[in-house]
Every structure is written in structure tokens, then in C-alpha cells.
Design a protein around this ligand. Sequence first.
Ligand SMILES: [Zn+2]
Length: 90
Amino acid sequence: MRKFFASILILFAVITALPQPVMSAGSDIVVVTPKGKKYHRMGCRTVRKSYRQLTVSQAQKRGYKPCKVCEPPLSSITSTPNDNFEVYGN
Ligand SMILES: [Zn+2]
């Protein structure tokens, strides 16, 4: 019986140690096409051969909107320290 609990504990440890399927903030790579006004996930079916890779925040700064087909990340959740970083007095 003790073995059973030990295996449960190990299983639990393995599950919690697995990388969580959360969006990696700030470093999401999306792609844009030369003539398009949308940004896409890598491998979106509407993206043809020529595309350029950007991060989500770069794409948004350049005015690209998220594609409705592949639903890329809408924004980076946390801004990177040297990106829009301002020091407030007080
Ligand atoms: Zn797309």
C-alpha cells in the first residue's frame, strides 16, 4: 500500500514538473506577410511562402491585427523591462 502512495506522489511530481501550457509572455513569435495587415501564428493556413517573423508586441506596434483564422496571441501579458519601461518618481 505504501508503494501505491509513493507512485501517486511521483506521478504528481511529474505532472507539476511538466511545462505548463501557458502563453509565454513577451516572446510569442508570430508571422506577417508583406502585403497583409494581420499577424499570424506560425503555420497558419492563410500564410504563404513569404513571411517575416516578429514578436506579438512588435507586430502590434507596427499596426498588425490578429488573424481570425489562426487566432494568434492578442498581446504579450508582461512587457519586457526595456520595452515601454518608465520610471515614475515618488
Ligand atoms: Zn492566420
